[in-house]
Design a binder for this molecule. Structure first.
Ligand code: WT7
Length: 656
């Protein structure tokens, strides 16, 4: 574990007060902070009370089995009823839930809350017909289409936890996730649209299912119309099964702690962790944060979270948070550059988007494409801008504020994780001042500390490790099937505190600056990828002897993956150092994990730098990857090795 990167400390002192116009009817006020500070559990209980419960809870929090929390103990609710039926019953059935935009221009669909209720009911009936029962895990491998959200809600409705696997993941990644969750039913599509052409999902799933004998049913949405293989008795078309179902479904209430979903994320070992989230506390926190952080006025706002539903941002802030709040959202299938680099600004203009939530990597990409593109569109509907997934550099923050937000929109930099379920550190528009690059303060009712190596809180102006010091409603309830790993990963470094894996600094005012991961987890375009996972993928190639992977600073993606590979002795030099070999290795990683894990650069080296005890010196490799001069190398078994690699690196150009 490395020390937090305190060398990155920012000295930015600019500060923006909350805009007065927004403060006038802001959802959150100073009183929100006061109430939560005075009575944390009372604050959350009041928020939970805004949901619809079939049975009230007996106890707000049971922390007696720490680190396993139970929230709203004894309470019963149905998450899909809270996201859909409730709004229809309140007379808002005609309100748009989703404006969906397919990637091919002109491909559009609008779903009201009343439409959504019908679709979710039919899908719930269909899953039941497939034999899915409460507690069964359902794997979801889908593009960004309405049926994806409909499937998640249908699973929630019948109490079957979903495990959404990002559509960019490979067959092997799917196998690992399907088997770990022991899912017997998968919902997928023939494919989706990506950069102008249909990409295949079903073919990848078919390959995966050769190694998943327990999957008995696959429900397939026809999205692209491409030819797909068909396994009779296992595969069934959505339009055959779902369309014929009754349009109503009587929901059952589940306990507050009933599992809602599993979502796999990278840890510091090769094996992804199935993060478990449950119902009542999760829904309470994601709906509350969504409303307060984005100052959501559901009757007038048009909200767009441009994440993929395959990540936690999509779960909490495309699906559950916005729907629980009765929000109107944009759902977009494709990439920002298809067919042109102003696609997003066309979408903002078309729907009058008022709240936009995206990642720094995307903002930096827009910066590269130039101000003219957003400048040519009317973006005056925007009122609040959000950022998530990685530290946002002050330059990108200022650009976002000026070019996209017209200097009038507050920027909320939201820090959280798959494990936290919902937003934890963020300014609140209309209340909190903002500073370019700072996530500012814990959300009301959330307790955060920055601690030193001994777990002691540091003072203002100091840096350390970020921890969470009190249980929170949307916290993970464990790692699927691995209680020990849950304790070890999050609760063993500092007694009684949740260790997030991030470094942080408190500035002179006590405001928080997130400094990135302090473990072997990389953050590439806001996606978490473990160095070990990529290393395992590389060494599974028959010509690779050893591999070491580091995350190196990257102007656009935050970090880029750089790999150092030693070939097996039998491989002839000209083959193993050639470009074709490097390309083959990059493709191999894509096949093993997915395209997002493809190394930016692979250096074929004769030897890896190791300490005398045989440990690979990653710190040095990171220096090499970032083309820094190498410091003290005296602990190395053979210091000449790293100098040779350094020269090789400096002579190279990163390929893409
Ligand atoms: C890791 C969690 C939160 C949903 C998307 C990523 C980094 C996240 C910020 C931010 C600095 C951030 C952290 C965290 N991170 N948001 N606003 N500022 N860093 O979820 O894949 O679980 O990754 O993303 O390093 O630990 P995730």
């Amino acid at each position: 574990m490395s020390e937090p990167g305190l060398s990155n400390l920012l000295t930015e002192t600019r500060r923006f007060e909350p805009p007065a116009a927004l403060a006038e009817d802001a959802i959150a006020t100073d009183a929100t902070y006061d109430a939560a500070a005075k009575d944390r559990l009372g604050f959350w209980a009041e928020r939970a009370g805004e949901l619809q419960w079939s049975r009230p809870w007996d106890e707000v929090l049971d922390w007696s089995k720490a680190p396993f929390a139970e929230w709203f103990v004894g309470g019963e609710l149905n998450v899909s009823v809270n996201c859909v039926d409730r709004h229809v019953e309140a007379g808002n059935g005609g309100r748009v839930a989703f404006h969906w935009e397919g990637e091919p221009d002109g491909d559009r669909r609008t779903l009201t809350y009343a439409d959504l209720l019908v679709e979710v009911s039919k899908a719930a009936n269909a899953l039941t017909e497939l034999g899915v029962q409460a507690g069964d895990r359902v794997c979801v491998y889908m593009p960004m289409i309405p049926e994806t959200v409909i499937t998640m809600l249908a699973c929630a409705r019948i109490g079957a936890p979903h495990s959404v696997v990002f559509g960019g993941f490979s067959a092997q990644a799917l196998v690992d996730r399907i088997q770990d969750a022991d899912a017997h039913v998968v919902v997928t599509a023939d494919g989706g649209y990506r950069r102008g052409s249909p990409s295949g999902l079903k073919p990848v799933l078919d390959e995966a299912l050769q190694r998943c004998p327990d999957v008995r049913s696959v429900l397939v949405v026809k999205r692209t119309g491409q030819d797909v293989d068909w396994t009779e008795g296992r595969d069934v078309w959505w339009h055959d099964l779902v369309e014929k179902q009754p349009e109503t479904h009587t929901p059952q209430a589940f306990s507050s702690e009933h599992p809602l979903f599993l979502l796999y994320t990278s840890g510091t070992t090769g094996k992804p962790k199935g993060i478990l989230h449950t119902s009542g506390g999760y829904l309470t926190q994601v709906s509350t944060t969504h409303r307060y952080v984005f100052d959501l006025h559901p009757e007038s706002d048009v909200y767009w979270c441009a994440a993929d539903v395959g990540w936690v941002t999509g779960h909490s802030y495309i699906c559950y948070g916005p729907l629980a709040n009765g929000a109107t959202s944009v759902l977009y299938e494709g990439t920002p550059d298809t067919p042109t680099q102003d696609r997003w600004w066309q979408i903002v203009e078309r729907y009058g988007v008022s709240i936009l939530y995206t990642a720094p990597t995307t903002i930096r990409t827009f910066m590269k494409w130039g101000e003219e593109l957003p400048g040519a569109h009317d973006l005056s509907s925007l009122r609040v801008l959000g950022s998530v997934g990685e530290p946002i550099n002050p330059e990108a923050w200022m650009w976002y504020r000026r070019v996209i937000g017209g200097e009038r929109c507050p920027i909320v930099d939201t820090w959280w994780q798959t494990e936290t379920g919902g937003i934890m550190i963020t300014p609140l528009p209309g209340v909190t001042a903002t500073k370019p690059g700072s996530a500012m303060t814990p959300f009301p009712g959330i307790s955060v500390a920055v601690v030193d190596n001994d777990g002691t809180a540091v003072g203002n102006g100091e840096g350390g490790y970020l921890t969470l010091t009190e249980p929170w409603p949307a916290m993970l309830r464990g790692i699927w099937g691995d209680e020990e790993r849950f304790r070890e990963t999050y609760w063993s470094k500092f007694a009684g505190q949740y260790f997030a894996g991030d470094g942080a600094k408190k500035d002179a005012d006590g405001d928080l600056w997130l400094l990135g991961r302090v473990d072997d987890v990389m953050n590439v375009s806001g996606h978490r990828i473990s160095t070990t996972e990529v290393e395992s993928a590389l060494v599974s190639h028959p010509s690779v002897a050893e591999a070491a992977v580091v995350g190196a600073a990257d102007e656009t993606t935050g970090q880029g993956i750089v790999a150092f590979v030693t070939p097996k002795g039998s491989v002839a030099d000209e083959v193993s150092s050639g470009e074709a070999f490097v390309q083959e290795l990059r493709d191999h990683v894509a096949k093993e994990i997915g395209k997002i894990a493809k190394p930016r650069q692979i250096l074929i080296v004769p030897e890896l730098p190791k300490t005398r005890s045989g440990k690979i010196m990653r710190r040095l490799l990171r220096d090499v990857a970032e083309k820094r001069d190498l410091g003290d190398v005296t602990t190395l078994a053979d210091p000449t090795v790293v100098n040779a690699i350094g020269d090789q690196m400096k002579a190279s150009t990163a390929e893409d």
